[in-house]
Design a protein around this ligand. Structure first.
Ligand SMILES: *[C@@H]1O[C@H](CO)[C@@H](O)[C@H](O)[C@H]1NC(C)=O
Ligand SMILES: *[C@@H]1O[C@H](CO)[C@@H](O)[C@H](O)[C@H]1NC(C)=O
Ligand SMILES: *[C@@H]1O[C@H](CO)[C@@H](O)[C@H](O)[C@H]1NC(C)=O
Ligand SMILES: *[C@@H]1O[C@H](CO)[C@@H](O)[C@H](O)[C@H]1NC(C)=O
Ligand SMILES: *[C@@H]1O[C@H](CO)[C@@H](O)[C@H](O)[C@H]1NC(C)=O
Length: 267
């Protein structure tokens, strides 16, 4: 006589605890979610390596968190710009990024874009970051900020300014005077006060800034059931990768396919 079905469910449950017990970053991740190294950066869930795709249609991780590796540097593409990944802290769920454009102009970087994180599951880290604003090519002087000589025109008719401002303080003051404003995020520790701006902005921009990542809304249910979120580039939707099955939403017993349960029942 075979044991009652709930017994098999218990076995299954233990199996899940065993393989996903500590946290979702445990080394026993499903083989479909492998870890990779790029230089000193470990690429693990929810990040994934674009250079090591098992299939070009599906991957394990958040759709926008694919990293490429070039000359030992991991690269993340955000909507308007590409960034070197200097660090990923999987425990604190933070990522440190440096604008690639900046690294090619070390001593006097000219930021081209505002950081754009749109709807990605990324957030500014208000504890570690500070915003500095650049006002490029201003035809008369601004009532705030400091002149950055190396960003002005060679004839000095146009000057560029940098300022550490509370958002909104500068509204309309620069408009019509300067050609462009770009807001750059850097780490607070690299710009302790406005006095350090003109001497420190280049090094600060080359050290980058920190973003937090949060659970992607569509992956919440899956991760809560100890699954790993995957993405299909064909159907453009996420699914849930469980220890030994792939499910639509989560790895809970109710979401588990019958075929998986039956596979544990001996003949
Ligand atoms: C996903 O599909 C788009 C085209 O729909 C393609 O440009 C992109 O490279 C694909 N991503 C991966 C990781 O294969
Ligand atoms: C990616 O998938 C498409 C569609 O199935 C296929 O035609 C193409 O050969 C694949 N490319 C690679 C590099 O595997
Ligand atoms: C920096 O600017 C962005 C975009 O305006 C804003 O969301 C963020 O809170 C600012 N960060 C800090 C530390 O002020
Ligand atoms: C300022 O304007 C000049 C001439 O239009 C341009 O060549 C230069 O790149 C601009 N400088 C900045 C920092 O935008
Ligand atoms: C950057 O964002 C500011 C608002 O914070 C905006 O005024 C400015 O035009 C933006 N610059 C570019 C280059 O998009």
């Amino acid at each position: 006589m075979s044991p009652p079905p709930h017994c098999f469910l218990s076995i299954l449950f233990l199996f899940f605890i065993k393989s996903h017990g500590d946290n979702y970053l445990s080394p026993s991740s499903p083989t479909i979610c492998p870890s990779h190294e790029c230089g000193t950066i470990p690429i693990k869930y929810p990040f994934w390596s674009k250079d090591n795709l098992v299939s070009n249609q599906t991957f394990c991780g958040y759709p926008d968190f694919g990293l490429t590796c070039s000359n030992g540097k991991a690269i993340l593409e955000l909507p308007r710009d590409s960034y070197y990944v200097e660090d990923i802290n999987y425990k604190d769920q933070t990522i440190t990024l440096v604008d690639i454009d900046v690294t090619t102009q070390r001593n006097c970087p000219r930021a081209r874009h505002n950081l754009s994180i749109d709807n990605l599951p990324l957030d500014y880290n208000s504890d570690l970051d500070v915003n500095i604003s650049f006002y490029f090519n201003c035809s008369s002087s601004l009532s705030f900020g400091s002149i950055v000589g190396c960003l002005g025109s060679s004839d000095k008719l146009l000057q560029s300014y940098v300022a550490l401002l509370v958002d909104g303080l500068d509204i309309s003051n620069w408009f019509g005077i300067c050609q462009e404003k770009v807001v750059v995020t850097v780490m607070k520790t690299n710009i302790p006060s406005s006095d350090d701006l003109t001497s420190g902005f280049a090094a600060a921009m080359n050290s980058g800034f920190v973003l937090d990542w949060r659970v992607l809304q569509d992956c919440r249910e899956c991760e809560a059931s100890q699954g790993y979120c995957g993405y299909s580039n064909l159907s453009k939707n996420v699914f849930c990768i469980c220890t030994d099955s792939i499910q639509a939403h989560n790895c809970g017993s109710s979401g588990m396919s019958l075929t998986v349960i039956y596979s544990f029942i001996p003949d």
